[in-house]
Write a protein of this length. Structure first.
Length: 278
């Protein structure tokens, strides 16, 4: 089992997030660190609370670390044009010297979209846009000039330079476990798949669906790293978190992404976790 850490940039401070990421950067056990892409707090937190913008903080945290891989789990495609997002990704991959993990998702937060005046289409159109967006991003990150004529996005002689450090592009993580559209997109575009807060049983079931989608297009499912988020409960202690990660591993998870609650954004908590996981 491999491990990563995730800190939501909500109900916290920049200095606390920086402390956690720099602590994880110094512990080889953690291979990557993640934040999220929301404009208001989620997970039963007050929507009026503090919430730092995901990609801005990601660029800063990439500059403030040197070893750990960095990513946003995951980026809501409706919030930015995919061509702009491709340019952002290439830039952060440069800033991090090739450590970016590119997290992508179709988006779901209707309340925040309404508050910000962002169009969040119905599910079918949202996933049609997501599929087109993934293609746009991959092409811009790998091709010199891109012409694209889709139903939702059009590009004409578009360039994204300089490219990122990683080739052919930063690895793509697609988040979600919808059996029809999300897992099909994982099979087509992703190097990693992330399921949020799944049980071992639901993870195993989703893996079977993903393998079926891979078979449909002739892709080897072992090419896709399976990642799952696991919420760390400081009250239960780090040993309980380690046991939960182990159960996910038995169900087929390759990388456990440990979600550190905002009340425990400290280097000491990261060190406690590392000791229990080692």
């Amino acid at each position: 089992m491999r491990y990563a850490i995730k800190t939501a940039p909500q109900m916290t401070t920049w200095s606390a997030m920086l402390e956690v990421w720099q602590a994880a950067d110094g512990i080889e056990l953690f291979e990557s660190a993640w934040n999220f892409d929301h404009f208001e707090p989620i997970l039963a937190q007050p929507r009026s609370g503090p919430c730092l913008e995901g990609w801005t903080t990601l660029a800063a945290l990439a500059q403030a670390t040197s070893r750990i891989r960095v990513g946003c789990m995951v980026t809501g495609m409706p919030y930015r044009h995919p061509a702009v997002l491709a340019n952002m990704a290439a830039t952060v991959d440069r800033i991090s010297d090739g450590r970016l993990e590119l997290g992508l998702g179709a988006g779901w937060n209707q309340a925040a979209a309404d508050a910000y005046g962002i169009d969040l289409p119905p599910l079918r159109e949202r996933f049609d846009r997501f599929d087109e967006g993934c293609e746009v991003i991959v092409r811009l990150l790998t091709e010199d000039s891109v012409d694209f004529s889709g139903e939702h996005f059009q590009l004409s002689g578009a360039h994204c330079e300089p490219k990122g450090v990683q080739t052919p592009h930063p690895p793509i993580t697609i988040g979600g476990d919808g059996p029809r559209r999300t897992l099909r997109a994982v099979a087509r575009y992703a190097q990693r798949w992330n399921t949020p807060f799944a049980s071992a049983e639901s993870l195993a079931a989703s893996l079977e669906v993903l393998r079926s989608h891979c078979a449909d297009i002739g892709r080897d499912p072992s090419e896709i790293t399976v990642t799952a988020q696991c919420i760390h409960d400081p009250g239960a202690g780090p040993v309980a978190t380690a046991e939960a990660c182990a159960a996910l591993g038995e169900a087929g998870c390759d990388l456990a992404v440990i979600y550190l609650p905002e009340t425990h954004h400290t280097a000491a908590e990261v060190e406690r976790l590392a000791a229990a996981l080692a």
